[in-house]
Ligand binder design. Structure first.
Ligand code: GUN
Ligand code: FE
Length: 462
């Protein structure tokens, strides 16, 4: 496949590059094998033999988004019961919904199909998923994502403790056996495919400390190390959760995860809202990445994630929707919320409110806000790096898998803004500018998204 037009990506945190009139070629396995300006000698010689797909003026290619934290079964009740504190909400809504999918495979299939369609609609090409307890339901999730063509990392939940007696694994050993067997079954399917088509992988998923005994955590740490499997969980998320762990276990989340070898470069921890800079530095040393879920944090966490401080100490961070703790599946919203929350933090720092509230940050002279360009990085390359995707993922470089979305901001024929955008001056003479991109970032919506590819394959919404 050969494509010619404008490309946009974030090579590093805070940097947005507009590559105007580039020629990009994708090989038969879905990797970019040529990338240069259309007038470059190599591009010209390629163009002598093949006609490219033309991305018209006003449209551009952008890497697909990465969602680092989404509970697939909870998609069923997105936007429900968010008045409750976390531990009550889990018991009242999350566990019930997950249990119901574990007993109704047809319902699971239809929920997961709709979820895949919505992810595609919103430009999410890679997603780290929490599923349910039962292996079969997670195999349905894995199959549906594979059929949809989405890069998906699927976690069968490990829980040998629960506030809901009917939604728990029968013993620690049974839980460990089930985790091993799910991962093996998932990997067996992948093994039958060529390497570049292995878009779905299993993930070791201790739900969070309150649902996992120390023995289970230790066993999952060993299993992950033995098979080199990814790990995901929730850490230091909410007051009630933290209190629960301290009173039941006498140690905090991070120590428990650390002593079970669950903080590794293969790990993504959601939230981490209660980690202060010294602990964030400790986390960075383990190589663990964080899924920043600003909307869900606003409901359940009572305080924001220290995003700037985490980035400064070298924690790899990406964004998560946390469906259904967060009600929006749109990573564009997570980007906007991450900026909004960081600006509130910065405002509070300037006003000295942090001191008044007794929350002394270590770096009081540091700007805490992030901007739209940094958020766009987190949603694309930052997320890809947090997920350890193949080299160059989340950006446009030779050798990277071609995971891209086509965004239209204005109509090339009329100069009219499209989707959520309006222009009162014809944008065509200037073409695509940073100003136009910022406008799209703020008010663009799914109407602006025209096409999407993962590993070079077009993927469609249905
Ligand atoms: N902690 C443990 N389980 C969950 C969950 O389902 N959602 C959120 N937001 N936090 C959790
Ligand atoms: Fe969550």
């Amino acid at each position: 496949m050969l494509i010619k037009g404008d490309l946009v990506h974030c090579p590093s945190l805070g940097e947005v590059a507009i590559m105007r009139n580039y020629l990009l070629r994708v090989d038969s396995r879905g990797y970019v094998d040529h990338l240069a300006h259309a007038s470059h000698a190599d591009s010209l010689s390629i163009l002598m033999h093949e006609d490219p797909i033309i991305i018209p003026q006003g449209s551009f290619l952008l890497p697909t988004f990465c969602d680092l934290h989404l509970h697939a079964p909870q998609f069923m009740y997105q936007g429900t019961g968010l008045h409750l504190p976390l531990m009550e909400w889990l018991n009242e809504y999350a566990f019930k919904a997950e249990e119901s999918l574990d007993s109704k495979p047809q319902l699971a299939e239809s929920v997961y199909r709709r979820l895949a369609a919505r992810l595609i609609e919103h430009g999410t090409g890679a997603v780290l998923l929490f599923g349910t307890i039962k292996a079969e339901t997670n195999l349905i999730l894995a199959r549906v994502m594979r059929e949809a063509g989405i890069r998906a990392f699927v976690g069968k939940l490990s829980m040998d403790i629960s506030s809901r007696p009917t939604y728990v694994e029968p013993s620690t050993n049974a839980s460990l056996e089930a985790a091993r067997s799910f991962c093996d079954r998932c990997l067996d399917v992948s093994a039958s495919l060529p390497a570049h088509e292995r878009l779905v992988e299993p993930v070791i998923t201790p739900r969070f400390i309150p649902t996992c005994s120390n023995e289970l955590l230790a066993g999952l740490g060993l299993l992950s190390a033995e098979k080199d499997l990814r790990i995901q969980s929730h850490m230091a998320e909410a007051h009630d959760q933290i209190q629960h762990v301290l009173s039941e276990r006498k140690v905090d989340d991070m120590d428990l995860f650390a002593q079970s070898n669950l903080l590794t470069p293969r790990t993504v921890q959601a939230h981490c809202t209660f980690l202060a800079p010294p602990t964030l530095a400790r986390l960075a040393k383990t190589g663990t990445a964080v899924a920043h879920c600003p909307l869900s944090n606003a409901y359940f966490s009572a305080q924001p994630f220290r995003l700037r401080e985490a980035l400064d100490v070298g924690v790899r961070v990406g964004l998560g929707t946390d469906i259904a703790g967060g009600y929006s599946i749109d990573i564009m919203n997570a980007m906007r919320q991450s900026v909004a929350v960081s600006r509130m933090r910065e405002g509070a720092r300037i006003s000295g409110h942090y001191q008044a509230a007794g929350d002394h940050t270590e770096q009081e002279d540091k700007v805490l806000s992030v901007n739209w360009k940094e958020a766009l990085y987190l949603a694309t390359k930052g997320g890809a790096e947090a997920l350890n995707l193949a080299m160059g993922s989340g950006s446009f470089v030779v050798g990277a898998p071609f995971d891209a979305q086509c965004i239209q901001v204005f109509d090339a024929a009329t100069g009219e803004g499209t989707g959520g955008l309006d222009f009162f001056q014809d944008p065509r003479p200037d073409g695509l500018t940073l100003e136009t991109l910022e406008k799209w970032w703020c008010i663009g919506d799914l109407r602006n998204r025209k096409e999407m590819w993962v590993q070079g394959r077009t993927i469609s919404r249905h």
